[in-house]
Write a protein that binds this ligand. Structure first.
Ligand code: BES
Ligand code: ZN
Length: 385
């Protein structure tokens, strides 16, 4: 029944734009008729890209979630093909993680206790207050600026930190890219913590006024990243490697922002030693455990992160699969870098209210989120040295 409602409402959006459009190019909502009909090159994660109208690609995602699956896809339209570009010779920067010792116990013992659930709550609440953070909307842009301002306020006394907006040519919402410069001999090597900043309402994606609070998906990820950054700055942490904090634009429409960034890093031959993706950290759908996604991720980095969790967080964990390229870790993975995706629940126990007006803060548990912030802080501190 629910499935039928979604199909019908998506159909109603299309129908209403068809009925009331006086001219083919007239923009009724976020997408003009012409844009919805335009063919996009969509790869559902199996490497077999197919041309289809944008409307069809967006519906694929909505329908998959209704049936309890993750319906991820890469929108490859207009993306430079970088698969044939080699990374830097891997041995120059690939860390050997299997036998890597933990060295940051002293620093982490103190700093992990400073992570604060109230700050996580405040960021999620501020972000969810935007009507939506859609990649094409004004509030999509202002919410990205808000995130950049939060980073700037925290870093105001640090000359080794830069906060940049990464502009995307094809849509208005910028990604936010924050750099804390390394101070050691490996300063050219980079550790990334990231998650997407945009939100979507999949049953009303054509409407300018859609309500998409995206509290769980993914204000929680942004809050987690910001809180890790806050504690690193407040403890005056000086990394050996360079640390980067990213909130990606346009994830919900085919991992667009993160693909551009990861591809650019690859083309510029940047040595990214590890990427941790936080996408949904606040819904306790399968008990208080961290679930590591084992597809489109690095087994080595995942195993290392499980060790971090055992050492520093002492929370339960398990593994599952998205089954698709369900979030931005897949963009880094595709570019050849090691990525890990710790998720809030199993696929079966996931938050069914995402991508709707019901993705609200009231359903979230910030003690659950705190485990992810702890893991993120341990990840950044350990891999930075
Ligand atoms: N946060 C979700 C991914 C997710 C949802 C993972 C539920 C596990 C369970 C992400 O924002 C998302 O919605 N991804 C899309 C794919 C994207 C490429 C359009 C999806 O899952 O449909
Ligand atoms: Zn989503």
């Amino acid at each position: 029944m629910k499935k039928i409602t979604i199909v019908m409402s998506a159909f109603a959006v299309l129908l209403s734009t068809t009925t009331f459009a006086h001219n083919q190019d007239e923009v009724q909502g976020f997408f003009s008729q012409k844009e919805l009909a335009e063919k996009h090159l969509i790869d559902r994660g199996d490497g077999k890209a197919k041309w289809m109208p944008l409307s069809e690609a967006l519906h694929l995602g909505a329908l998959a979630h209704e049936s309890g699956r993750c319906g991820g896809f890469f929108d490859l339209t207009g993306m430079k093909k970088v698969s044939s570009v080699p990374l830097m010779p891997v041995e120059t920067f690939r860390l050997s993680l299997g036998d890597r010792p933990m060295t940051q116990q002293v620093y982490l013992q103190e700093s992990l206790s400073i992570l604060d659930t109230q700050r996580l709550f405040k960021t999620v609440s501020d972000l969810a207050a935007y009507r939506n953070r859609f990649y094409k909307s004004e509030t999509g842009v202002s919410s990205a600026n808000f995130i950049a301002d939060q980073f700037r306020a925290i870093a105001k006394n640090r000359s080794d930190v830069t906060v940049d907006l990464f502009a995307h040519k094809k849509w208005a919402q910028p990604s936010v890219v924050v750099t804390m410069k390394g101070t050691g001999p490996q300063a050219n090597e980079i550790v990334v913590i990231g998650g997407h900043e945009d939100s979507i309402n999949q049953s009303a994606f054509g409407s300018k006024n859609m309500d998409a609070p995206g509290a769980d998906d993914n204000a929680t990820g942004v809050a987690t990243i910001l809180e890790v950054f806050r504690v690193l700055v407040d403890t005056n942490f000086k990394p050996n490697r360079t640390l980067m904090f990213m909130t990606y634009a346009a994830e919900e429409v085919g991992l667009l922002g993160s693909q551009e960034i990861a591809n650019q890093f690859k083309l510029e031959k940047k040595s990214v030693v590890g990427v941790v993706q936080f996408d949904m950290t606040g819904f306790m759908g399968a008990g208080d455990q961290v679930v590591f996604m084992t597809d489109f991720t690095s087994p080595e980095l995942t195993q290392f992160s499980q060790k971090l969790l055992d050492t520093y967080v002492k929370a339960k964990w398990s593994t599952d699969k998205c089954g698709y390229a369900c979030s931005d870790h897949a963009s880094w993975n595709k570019a050849g870098y090691m990525a890990v995706m710790p998720f809030e629940a199993t696929m079966g126990g996931d938050n069914k209210d995402i991508h709707s007006s019901r993705d609200l803060i009231s359903k979230l548990d910030f003690n659950h989120s705190l485990h992810f912030a702890k893991l993120g802080l341990a990840f950044m501190a350990e891999l930075s040295q």
